[in-house]
Write a protein of this length. Structure first.
Length: 125
């Protein structure tokens, strides 16, 4: 599923996506990290769905651009209900916590990190 998400973000936002960290030489990019991928359980019922938590960080020298990338991605994923991300089947996408920072020693880049929970088939990892 990681390659499908990576490809979808690159196409949607027009920036490169890197796992965990990006190169200091790039002025604008996105990082993507799988944080957890537990199966969805409700009481004594186990489902075949996984709640994959991805942290997606939007990095740019312009604060407004980090906001713009976050909003554009959410606008594309917010309405998914039994749909696809980059061809991969997805039940639902949920947007959660956000954190922001500014790194003056890294060329003056802003970082907006957001958690996205992607509900998908349990064999997705």
């Amino acid at each position: 599923m990681f390659p499908e998400i990576k490809s979808e973000i690159e196409t949607l936002l027009g920036v490169k996506v890197y796992p965990l960290i990006g190169p200091q030489t790039e002025g604008e990019f996105v990082t993507l990290q799988l944080i957890s991928d537990p199966l969805v359980v409700s009481g004594t019922i186990r489902t075949k769905l996984m709640a994959a938590r991805y942290q997606i960080s939007f990095i740019s020298s312009l604060y407004s651009r980090t906001e713009e990338m976050d909003k554009k991605l959410w606008a594309a994923w917010e309405t998914i209900l039994h749909g696809h991300i980059g061809g991969y089947p997805v039940q639902y996408v949920e947007r959660q916590s956000v954190s922001e920072s500014f790194e003056p020693d890294d060329g003056g880049k802003y970082r907006r990190a957001r958690d996205y929970i992607i509900y998908c088939p349990g064999d997705a990892s």
